[in-house]
Design a protein around this ligand. Sequence first.
Ligand code: AMP
Length: 139
Amino acid sequence: MLIAVDDDPIAAQAAEVGMDLARTLNAEVALIHAIDPSLIFAPEAGIAADELALRAEQDGARLMADFRARLPATTHVLQFIPQGPPGSEIVKAAREWAADLIVIGSHGRHGITRALVGSVADAVMREASCPVLVVRAKE
Ligand code: AMP
């Protein structure tokens, strides 16, 4: 089971649902967080592109560490932190790792960023070669 995570609370809910399901099914789990180049290389006054890329990598590693820290110490999970458009990277990792299920939040980014880069969940649902479980925010 491949669980896609970003820094939005909905991804944390998706991870919770995915981990519960994985425990029930005794399934192997991998977490994926893609570092989105379109966000790294957005023009941002005064910060060099390589500095932004380094910060994005550190943020990605920290995010993944936070997710893993919330799991019981005995839980074994793999982690993937690829660089590239999140939708394609999730679909690619699922294919290469031969995932049986992708678990993803229904939305993460908001406003102008989402309008510019599109919805990761939509891209994954359209392109994935395995079933996709989309977790909506709790009302
Ligand atoms: P979106 O459709 O872009 O609003 O995002 C929906 C869900 O996609 C999030 O709740 C996460 O589960 C996943 N997601 C978004 N961005 C990333 C990312 N950079 N890496 C991995 N998963 C992501």
